[in-house]
Write a protein that binds this ligand. Structure first.
Ligand code: SF4
Length: 286
């Protein structure tokens, strides 16, 4: 792993594309991702972004933005004014192109510093998203933030299988991520399970029932088709993910699979689809 400490010129990025509907800004405490060689990294849409990697292999580098909290505090007021001038709450997604709780966070604590900066100057809405159960390290900060702003804690769980054939292991075991969701819900936090991209499921009814029992407030479902930023999923089709999915259930390769799973999930929990789901818009009828 090639690790570089950098000073970012800016950390609040105004949203475009898929994220425009979700939030006004994203904030990435790191560039690159230490989970890039785990299961989610195989088809991670960020690996196809030439501006992030600049020719470096995905999963082989992380740039640590050592001044991220400082830059947030320097620019938050101006970005809040810009958001409100556009008729929207100042809403921040942490993070869109890295994992804030990746392994290096235990050394650098850049994400923790950014959370403390949010406590000093809170956005109106904050969406925290990770593949790692290590989010729990900051659960007390989440509780403090929830008292100051509209907080959603998103944990990525692509399905109810621990592994897909031929793919590396996930960033955190499934059981640990479920325990983290249970912990967040018990603390009164708005805990959301994100199945994005959705993997083939073995027992969806039992899985969503267990999420409901854990106190999860909603689920977000997305398919790699369109969810990867291309109309036909062509980015993901260049990776080993579709073959692994096809081996378990060929039907899961079609976007209609997302809708059939949504109907099962909605028996137990509010469900949000794709960008609308990430934006916090849920329904029980599909
Ligand atoms: S944790 Fe997120 S950013 Fe990192 S490799 Fe996985 S999907 Fe990509």
């Amino acid at each position: 792993m090639n690790i570089t400490e950098t000073r970012a010129a800016t950390v609040l990025t105004r949203s475009g594309g898929y994220l425009k509907e979700v939030c006004t800004h994203s904030l990435n405490p790191y560039t690159g991702c230490g989970f890039g060689r785990s299961s989610c990294g195989v088809a991670c849409y960020v690996r196809f972004n030439p501006w992030v990697g600049r020719g470096r292999p995905w999963g082989g580098f992380v740039d640590v933005k050592v001044n991220a909290a400082e830059r947030y505090l320097e620019t938050a007021d101006a970005e809040r004014r810009w958001a409100r001038k556009n008729g929207r709450p100042f809403s921040v997604f942490l993070a869109s192109s890295t994992d804030p709780w990746q392994p290096l966070e235990q050394t650098y604590r850049i994400t923790r510093q950014v959370l403390d900066a949010f406590l000093v100057n809170p956005p109106d809405v904050l969406i925290l998203q990770s593949h790692s159960a290590r989010m729990r390290d900051d659960a007390e900060r989440f509780e403090a933030l929830a008292r100051k702003l509209d907080l959603r804690v998103h944990l990525s769980i692509e399905g109810d299988r621990e592994r897909l054939p031929g793919l590396p292991p996930p960033p955190s075991p499934l059981a640990d991520r479920l325990a983290a969701l249970r912990d967040f819900a018990a603390r009164g936090l708005n805990a959301v399970a994100c199945l994005a991209p959705l993997y083939p499921m073995q027992a969806p009814d039992a899985f969503f029932a267990s999420l409901a029992r854990a106190g999860v407030s909603a689920v977000v479902l997305d398919h790699f088709i369109q969810g990867d930023g291309t109309a036909d999923g062509s980015r993901t089709r260049k990776t080993p993910l579709p073959a692994a999915m096809a081996e378990l259930d060929p039907a899961s390769l079609h976007p209609e699979y997302r809708d059939s799973i949504a109907r099962v999930a909605a028996r137990h929990l509010p469900v949000g689809l794709s960008a609308a789901g990430f934006a916090g818009r849920y329904s029980r009828s599909f």
